[in-house]
Design a protein around this ligand. Structure first.
Ligand code: NAP
Ligand code: F7E
Length: 322
C-alpha cells in the first residue's frame, strides 16, 4: 500500500513537531525542509521518528525548495517555516519579509512549476497577528487586516498570495488563520513559555524574578496539539478555503502569571515580576480573540484544551524537566 506523503517546512518548530507526529500516526510518509548544514534542532525531529526524511533547504532559496519537492513528491505541503517572533521582526524586518513573506511565495511558485495538474494540496500558516489593530471583535475570516509589525505585514502578503494562487491557478491552497497556540515545545522567547519556565525555576529556588513587557496584552491562547489537527483537516476538504482557528476566549498576560504562580503554590506574584521597557514593542497588538464558528461547522474542529489546563501543563513540564 503506498502511503500519502507530506512535506513540511518549519519541521523543527513547535507546530512542525506536533504535525509530524499527527501525520505519522495517520500513516503518512513525512518529509521536512531543514535549514542550515548542521541544524541543532535536527535531533528533536529524529526523536519523533528516525523515519522522517529531512531535506536541506531554506525558504529564501527557491532552488532548495524545488529540490525538496522533487525528492519528496508530496501529496500535501504544509508551509510552517517563518521568522515567527513578532518582537524580533522589528529588529529584522527585511529578513522577516524575505522568509515569512516571500518564502511562502517561493513555495507556492515551486509547487506551481512542479505540479501543473494541481495534485498537491497546500497549507499556509497564516496568523491572527494580521488583524493587529483589530477592526472588529471577535475576528473572523472576513475581518479586515491591520498589521502592526513586520511579521504581521509579511504574513498578510503570504496570505494574499495563497488566495491568489488558489484563484489564479486553481491550486488547492488554504490558509489557516491561527490564533496563539502554545505547548511545552513553544520557543522560550514567547510569553507563555517564558513565564512557565521562570515560574518553575522560581519554585525550585533557581531564579528570583521574571522581566516582562506589557502585562495587559490579551490573547486567545490554545494548545498547539489541537491546532495542527485543524491544519490537516483543512487539506482533507474537497474545496480549499481559509479558516480562523481559535478558542474564542480572551486572557491577559496577568492571567498567565496568576495561574502559573498559583500552580506552584506562590500567591502574590507581583514580588517576582518586573516590567522592563526592553520587552515592549514599537507598535503593540492589544487584544486578539477569534471566532471559529466556520471551522466548527465545516471541519468539525473545536479546541479541546482549556487555558488553565494548558498553562498548568506547561508549568508541570518545566518542573519535571529540571
Ligand atoms: P516556530 O516554533 O518559531 O518555528 C518556525 C520554524 O521555521 C522553525 O522550524 C525554523 O527552523 C523555521 N525557519 C525559520 N527560518 C527559516 C528559513 N529561512 N527557511 C526555512 N525554515 C525556516 O513557529 P511555530 O510556533 O511552530 O509556528 C509555525 C508557523 O505558524 C509559523 O509560520 C508561525 O509564524 C505560524 N503561526 C504560529 C502561531 C503560534 O501561535 N504558534 C500562530 C499563528 C501562526 P530553524 O530550526 O532553522 O530555526
Ligand atoms: O507575545 C506580550 C507581548 O511573543 C504575546 C507568535 O507565535 O502568536 C505569537 O505572537 C503578548 C504580546 O506572542 C512579554 O507584547 C509581555 O502582546 O508570546 P508572544 P505573539 O506576539 O502574540 C501569533 C499568533 C503569531 O503568529 C506569532 O508567530 O505578550 N508580552 N511581556 C511579552 N511577550 C514576550 N514574548 N515576552 C515578554 O516578556
Amino acid at each position: 500500500m503506498s502511503s500519502r506523503r507530506a512535506l513540511i517546512t518549519g519541521i523543527t518548530g513547535q507546530d512542525g513537531l506536533y504535525l509530524s507526529e499527527l501525520l505519522l500516526s495517520k500513516g503518512y510518509q513525512v518529509h521536512g525542509l531543514i535549514r542550515g548544514q548542521n541544524n541543532p534542532k535536527r535531533v528533536l525531529v529524529e526523536e519523533i521518528s528516525p523515519e522522517i526524511v529531512l531535506h536541506e533547504g531554506d525558504l529564501t532559496d527557491f532552488a532548495s525548495i524545488a529540490r525538496a519537492l522533487k525528492a519528496s513528491d508530496p501529496d500535501e505541503v504544509y508551509n510552517l517555516g517563518a521568522v515567527s517572533f513578532v518582537a524580533h521582526s522589528f529588529r529584522s524586518a527585511l529578513h522577516t519579509s524575505n522568509v515569512t513573506g516571500q518564502g511562502a511565495l517561493n513555495v507556492l511558485e515551486a509547487i506551481r512549476l512542479h505540479d501543473p495538474d494541481n495534485r498537491i494540496r497546500f497549507y499556509q500558516a497564516s496568523s491572527s497577528e494580521m488583524f493587529g489593530k483589530v477592526q472588529e471583535t471577535p475576528q473572523t475570516e472576513t475581518t479586515r487586516f491591520y498589521p502592526r509589525s513586520p511579521y504581521a505585514a509579511a504574513k498578510a502578503f503570504a496570505h494574499h498570495m495563497t488566495v491568489n494562487y488558489r484563484e489564479a491557478y486553481g491550486m488547492h491552497a488554504s490558509a489557516g488563520i491561527l490564533f496563539n497556540h502554545e505547548s511545552p515545545r513553544r520557543g522560550p522567547e514567547f510569553v507563555t513559555r517564558k513565564i512557565t519556565q521562570a515560574v518553575a525555576r522560581i519554585s525550585l529556588g533557581l531564579q528570583d524574578e521574571i522581566r516582562l513587557g506589557n502585562l495587559d496584552a490579551a490573547r486567545d491562547w490554545g494548545f498547539a496539539g489541537d491546532y495542527v489537527e485543524a491544519m490537516w483537516l483543512m487539506l482533507q476538504q474537497d474545496e480549499p478555503r481559509d479558516f480562523v482557528i481559535a478558542t474564542g476566549e480572551l486572557h491577559t498576560v496577568r492571567d498567565v502569571l496568576e495561574i502559573a504562580f498559583a500552580h506552584v503554590g506562590i500567591n502574590g506574584w507581583a514580588a517576582h515580576v518586573a516590567t522592563d521597557a526592553e520587552h515592549l514593542r514599537p507598535s503593540e497588538v492589544d487584544h486578539l480573540v477569534g471566532d471559529s464558528s466556520e471551522a466548527r461547522a465545516h471541519l468539525d474542529w473545536e479546541a479541546t484544551t482549556s487555558f488553565e489546563t494548558l498553562i498548568k501543563g506547561m508549568v508541570e513540564s518545566e518542573v519535571t524537566a529540571h
